[in-house]
Design a protein around this ligand. Structure first.
Ligand SMILES: Nc1ncnc2c1ncn2[C@@H]1O[C@H](COP(=O)(O)O)[C@@H](O)[C@H]1OP(=O)(O)O
Ligand SMILES: [Mg+2]
Length: 415
């Protein structure tokens, strides 16, 4: 970086040199573990038939007549979208449905990991199952719910490992878990064979780019937090002509009430938050169990002395010494709040804290699925998300973000 650039004031009113400079230690406040919830699915699961369409006419009639939640057809949803003035309302409804289903699958697996103590062993297969399972569910639900135009999904996983010899058992587990989650939800009378499961994963191979529409998915953002039994998110966004136009963040372990005061819960300790935002329509939060959405906005703190700031729980993901130093220069007095995943963007968007600082170690390339959903949730809540040089994040360049300076999210007063 040249001296002229370093001398210019950057985000947070600091010179760029201060944003990219060196260290100061800081004490931390980590978000306490979310209260555990009873698993909704056993794991590992018993094996189910891979196709469960009812065969006899009487069981078919009973199956068809079972109580199911009401949902609109894609055409009806599109009409509602136009009527409500939100041109992406159908996509938003589909996105919420997709991540809610994926969150159920992930919660079941996380409960099993935590209860069995698997996280202390080298066996990563439960995480793998949840990662793939989440991506498959989101891919399948989007394809079933959003019928207009070609389907493009930029997502983290592909099926290469699952197609290798020796992966049959884990593929069967994933297939069963996906089918069981769909069946339990009561939303669809359908189940999938292994080939359908593999191709749903591979739908996520899109390269994205500046033209057309692309869904962007991190099936489990914050894998480390997921394995620890802590925070993680299912993050889904929609790009239209290179811009993020919609984002949803399912945060199954995030308290519904503010985490700025972990002892002062106002919603009975309920966990499981679903953040959503559509361009020009603001941001909302609702419970993953289906409470009505409520508008959210970033906090109005204008003096960093009164601010708290978020950063990665993992020091391998963001340089804690650098962020500590930036916070010190800003005059922030509170210790950092360290939590995993894009749950940080959600918490910032509803005003739980004022600043999120992310400075990965040199050489790390940020992927678009790690910021697309979170950034629109924050900007639609009235906040700002830029790189450390003050540039907007550019999601139109393919699977990676073209930046190497770190990311800052905050409200307009502190920026
Ligand atoms: N070395 C790294 N530096 C920065 N981020 C990383 C690194 N390794 C993985 N990540 C990603 O950082 C994100 C989590 O960041 P945070 O620390 O804010 O929770 C995840 O997307 C995680 O990937 P993954 O989604 O595979 O877990
Ligand atoms: Mg991620």
């Amino acid at each position: 970086m040249d001296m002229a650039m370093a001398a210019r004031l950057g985000p947070l009113g600091l010179p760029h040199a201060a944003l990219l400079g060196s260290s100061a230690a800081a004490s931390t406040r980590a978000l306490p573990l979310a209260p555990s919830r009873a698993p909704r699915l056993p794991y590992p699961l018993p094996h189910f038939p891979t196709c469960r369409r009812p065969s006899s006419s009487s069981s078919a009639a009973a199956y068809a007549a079972r109580p199911r939640p009401r949902r609109g057809s894609p055409r009806l949803l599109a009409v509602r979208a136009m009527a409500s003035g939100n041109p992406y309302a159908a996509e938003l409804a589909a996105a919420k449905k997709a991540v809610t289903l994926a969150a159920r699958l992930c919660q079941a697996v996380q409960q099993d990991i935590v209860h069995s103590g698997i996280q202390s062993k080298a066996d990563k297969s439960p995480v793998t199952v949840a990662d793939y399972g989440s991506q498959i569910l989101v891919s399948l639900v989007l394809k079933m719910e959003v019928s207009s135009g070609p389907f493009s999904l930029v997502a983290e996983e592909d099926s290469e490992e699952l197609r290798k010899d020796g992966a049959e058992e884990i593929l069967e587990e994933i297939t069963d878990l996906v089918n069981e989650t769909i069946s339990d939800s009561g939303s669809y009378n359908i189940s999938f064979m292994k080939e359908g499961i593999l191709s749903a994963i591979d739908d996520g191979k899109s390269k994205g780019g500046p033209t057309g529409r692309h869904w962007v998915l991190d099936p489990i953002d914050g894998t480390k937090g997921f394995v620890r039994g802590d925070q993680y998110a299912i993050a889904l966004a929609l790009l239209d002509e290179g811009k993020v136009v919609l984002g949803v963040l399912a945060c199954p372990n995030l308290p519904l009430s503010s985490i700025s005061n972990p002892n002062g819960s106002s919603s009975g300790g309920q966990v499981g938050a679903l953040f959503s935002a559509t361009i020009g329509c603001g941001a909302e939060v609702e419970s993953l169990d289906g409470s009505p959405p409520q508008k959210i906005s970033v906090c109005s703190i204008d003096n960093p002395v009164n601010a708290s700031f978020f950063e990665s729980y993992e020091s391998a993901h963001s340089m804690h010494d650098l962020t500590g130093s930036i916070a010190e220069k800003l005059g922030v007095l509170a210790p950092p709040v360290r939590i995993d995943s894009q749950a940080k963007y959600g918490a910032l968007a509803r005003g739980d804290g004022a600043i999120y600082l992310r400075f990965p170690h040199k050489g790390y390339k940020e992927k678009i699925w790690d910021h697309a959903a979170g950034s629109i949730v924050v900007t639609e809540a009235g906040g700002i998300v830029t790189d450390a040089a003050g540039n907007d994040l550019d999601f139109s360049k393919g699977r990676f973000l073209d930046l190497d300076t770190g990311i800052i999210a905050t409200n307009k007063q502190c920026y």
